[in-house]
Design a protein around this ligand. Structure first.
Ligand code: GLY
Length: 342
């Protein structure tokens, strides 16, 4: 067991530690209070050994396996988890532990937030994307009636365990999708990290990349836990990205990669495209239906009439958070589709 970094999320009474290192799963009881009934929520895409390693450290554990995929992040799966919690006899003093990617973390977190008005929640993210982004910051949600993350809560975990060993079983496409979120954070907030990504640091020292992405996110969430202002920068690339995701065929991180391009200056896009390509992320928007993407963005929960909050990057490491019209976003999307740089 090697803990390389312990990050303290400073959120008053809701603060918690994030442990980053290797060979941590089999010692999860050193980081979480598992001397209780613990419901371990995982999905069919996660190697069983991960949830079993955590279960082995609990006084009494039940593994709840839900089907893999964003399309299952819905009220039926949420209802299934809650039924299993009831059948297990989970009490308020007990705990829910997510072992999986962002979808598992979102659903387990939402179940933990709502079951008996809130039980302890721990998160063991097993994808790069969830390790750098969704597992920390307390957002949890399910999709409903075609609207992404429309039912949810801010519910902070009690601790997060990031074991980089689990990335060895992650398929290459999922790893790339996680890198897209790292690029996102570097573009708005850390030009040095962006430069290091240009220099392929992610191939040489992924733990360092994860740590620096976590530091960006920690800093943002500590200043604006409820997303009233600064936290909106974490949605960079998501305004159009969610619309692209709704069309199907792409992973969330891939949609963020595509969704960032129209929101960058042409100077930044020229630097960004080779990085995304090197990460095996998509950069070609020419097959995307711009009308469908903008239509989705208009109905997204973050829309506001003809305008929405949007994040633009004109130089790496800085951002503009502005209200933008959907017609401007449409024009930007069309321009990126026709860009020769792709
Ligand atoms: N993933 C965006 C956020 O946590 O606010």
């Amino acid at each position: 067991m090697t803990v390389k970094h312990t990050l303290k999320m400073e959120l008053g009474d809701s603060g918690y530690n994030i442990y980053l290192g290797s060979d941590l799963l089999s010692s999860s009881d050193k980081f979480f209070d598992l001397d209780c009934r613990a419901a371990i929520v995982t999905d069919s895409g996660v190697p069983k050994a991960y949830s079993e390693a955590v279960a082995a450290r609990c006084r009494e554990a039940k593994i709840i396996t839900v089907p893999y995929g964003e399309e299952n992040k819905n009220i039926d799966t949420y209802s299934y988890i809650c039924k299993e919690l009831l059948a297990f006899g989970l009490q308020r003093k007990d705990a829910v532990v997510a072992v999986g990617g962002g979808v598992v973390g979102d659903m387990a977190g939402f179940a933990a937030a709502t079951y008996m008005r809130g039980v302890r929640f721990y998160n063991v993210p097993t994808t790069l994307l969830s390790q750098v982004d969704s597992s920390i910051g307390g957002k949890c949600a399910i999709d409903f009636l075609g609207v992404k993350n429309i039912l949810g809560a801010f519910y902070q975990p009690k601790a997060v365990l990031i074991d980089t060993d689990v990335l060895s079983t992650l398929d290459a496409r999922q790893l790339s999708a996680g890198l897209a979120e790292v690029v996102k954070m570097s573009l708005t907030s850390d030009k040095d990290l962006f430069l290091d990504l240009e220099n392929e640091l992610w191939k040489k020292d992924l733990t360092n990349v994860i740590y620096r992405a976590l530091m960006i996110k920690k800093n943002v969430v500590e200043q604006d836990e409820r997303e009233s202002s600064l936290r909106k920068i974490l949605n960079f690339g998501h305004t159009l990205g969610h619309g692209i995701e709704a069309l199907g065929g792409y992973l969330h991180g891939e949609c963020v990669a595509l969704g960032m391009l129209p929101m960058c200056s042409s100077e930044v896009a020229r630097k960004l495209i080779p990085i995304l390509k090197d990460m095996k992320l998509p950069t070609d928007l020419s097959d995307i239906d711009p009308d469908a993407v903008i239509e989705y963005a208009k109905h997204d929960k973050k829309g506001n009439g003809d305008f929405c909050d949007a994040v633009f990057v004109d130089t790496p490491g800085s951002y503009r958070l502005e209200s933008a019209s959907f017609s401007e976003l449409y024009e930007r999307l069309k321009n990126s589709m026709n860009s020769e740089a792709i």
